[in-house]
Each structure stands twice: as C-alpha cells, then as structure tokens.
Design a protein around this ligand. Structure first.
Ligand code: UTP
Length: 297
C-alpha cells in the first residue's frame, strides 16, 4: 500500500569538519546562504512536499539549531512596535508549531545510516523522507515535492539521483541501474563511495530520500561500511537484495553541495543573484573583479 509521506528526518549530527574552525561553535546547518540558514531551506522544501512532522537527529553543540525554531517574543514585540511588518512576517515563518518538531540525539557520529536508525521509535510503520540540509537544491518545484509525487505512483523506496563526472563518482553513493524510464530509474544495486574506476554508473545519490519503514530492520542488520561508518546506502542496497523496489529519481533542479566550501560559496552567489534586492550590486561587483583578474593575466 502506498501511503502519504508526512514525516521527515533531518540528520544533523555530523561533525562538519570541513568547516572548522567555524563549526567548533556553530552548527553547519545554521550557516547562512545570504540571510537564511541552511536548515530553513530544508524545512521549506519539506513543508512544500506535505511534511507535517520534522525529526532532527542532533548531537552535542547543536543548541543554536534547536533555538532557531523557537518563537522569539521579545524580538517580535520590538519589530511590531517599530512597525516592521515585513520582518515580523519573515520571522513568524521560521516558527514551528508545538509538537511538530522532535529532537533525537545521536550520541556518537557513527554514520548517516546510524543517524537515521536513531529516529526509529518516532516513525511508526510509515514511509518517511530523509533530507540532508547541506545538499541545497534550487528548483522551480522543490525536489522533495517532485519525489513525493513520483513516489505516489511507485511506492518502494526512492533516492534523488544526479549525473556526476566519472572522476567524482567515488565521493558518492552510486546506483547500479536496471532500467531507466526518463526521470525514474529502477535500481538493481547501490555502492557507497566506490573505488575509482569501479562505479557501476555515473548516477549518484544526493541528500533526498523517501524510504520504506523496513529500512530500519536493514539498519539493524548491517555492519559498518565505507569509511567505517554505518551507511544508509548499504541499508537501501539490502532492500534490493531482499527483492523490494528501489528507484532513483532524476530531479529537475540545480544541487549545491553546501557541505563543501566551494559548493557553499557557489550557492551563496547563485542565491544572491536570484534576489531582486541584491542582484544588481553583486553582479556589478562580480564583473568588476573578473575584469581585474583578466587584466592582471
Ligand atoms: P557528511 O558526510 O557531510 O559529514 O554528513 P559531516 O560530519 O556533516 O561533515 P564533514 O564531512 O565532517 O565536513 C552528511 C549528513 O549526514 C549527517 C550530517 O550531519 C550531514 O547532514 N550525519 C553524518 C549524521 O547526522 N551523523 C553521522 O554520524 C554522520
């Protein structure tokens, strides 16, 4: 039976070492693209897809992330007093309904699969989404919404997929494709971080998933994989071995790897250039520095 997807897990318990020293005290997910933290993009995408319950798998030092979703009555009062209605509205949109958000602690960063498993008691027997907030996707129709619509037709489990250059495949989970039907491909295997030259395709998994609750049993069964971590990819691959359907979904949109510095900077520029209040000033500056660099060559 295909059910509606109303719960999403946001695994945010990673150490974020690529952004040290910033992540010594700031959770990676609170870092801002222009003026919104990464987590806000993820929450907005989930809401657009019909998600009603938001489960955060957190760890030590993520207090700022929990505070971010609380009401800020003093600030709101001050904005109201000053008649700053637009800012007030903006702020209100970041509040979460009581009871819609749950926090589960991952006591040790044992891997993405382990982080998802930590949320098992909050899920019940329903399919659920997983969103990695450091993958930010700019799209006309938000990526998870595209997937939820496709999932309504397929059931099973589904991962967001994207073509990557062959020499980059070893940084991702990679799909072994059985059959492709345009946006939807059916999958016969998955490998996490394949050794260079061994990737079964150039179709990589990125941070959006809709998963069957049976994945939790698989996470119970598997041992640590690539990098010594409990890998979500391995638990999904086990679904395939057990004869259940797994699909890759080629989403429409542009994905930014905001877990890496270069990706984060590219996203910052792209999102700023998409803003009416910033695009003119920023593009003038970009032209200016590019012209200076050219002249200096
Ligand atoms: P990453 O591989 O980007 O790891 O995790 P990281 O720790 O966040 O960052 P680096 O590599 O040290 O810079 C992908 C996603 O999985 C979560 C992370 O929070 C991130 O959203 N994760 C990873 C966990 O929640 N727990 C883990 O044990 C590992």
């Amino acid at each position: 039976m295909k059910r509606k997807v109303t719960k999403a897990i946001f695994p945010v318990a990673g150490l974020g070492t690529r952004f040290l020293p910033a992540t010594k005290s700031i959770p990676k997910e609170i870092m801002t693209l222009v003026d919104r933290p990464l987590i806000q993009y993820a929450i907005d995408e989930a809401r657009a897809a019909g998600i009603k319950e938001f489960i955060f798998v957190t760890s030590r030092g993520k207090g700022a992330l929990e505070d971010y979703f609380d009401n800020a009555p003093v600030l709101e009062q001050e904005l109201r007093r000053k008649g700053k209605d637009e800012l007030l509205e903006l702020l209100k949109n970041t509040n979460m309904e009581s009871g819609a958000i749950a926090y589960m602690r991952q006591h040790k960063a044992l891997g993405l699969g382990h982080a998802v498993w930590c949320a098992r008691r909050l899920l019940g027997n329903e399919p659920f989404a997983v969103i990695l907030p450091d993958d930010v996707i700019a799209a006309e129709k938000p990526c998870l919404q595209q997937m939820v619509e496709a999932y309504a037709e397929t059931g099973g489990s589904m991962v967001a997929a994207m073509e990557v250059p062959a020499d980059k495949a070893s940084s991702y989970g990679v799909l072994d494709v059985k059959e492709g039907h345009g946006q939807l491909v059916s999958v016969k295997g998955m490998v996490e971080k394949p050794a260079p030259g061994t990737a079964p395709s150039n179709l990589a998994v990125i941070g959006r998933y809709i998963l069957s609750p049976k994945i939790m049993q698989n996470l119970n069964q598997i041992k640590s994989g690539a990098g010594g971590e409990i890998q979500l990819t391995d638990a999904i691959a086990l679904e395939i071995e057990k004869g259940r359907d797994v699909y890759g979904f080629r989403f429409n949109g542009k994905r930014f790897d905001c877990g890496s510095k270069a990706g984060f900077l590219q996203a910052t520029v792209a999102f700023a250039l998409a803003r009416d209040d910033l695009k003119d000033e920023l593009s003038a500056y970009l032209y200016e520095i590019m012209a200076q660099r050219k002249a200096a060559q």
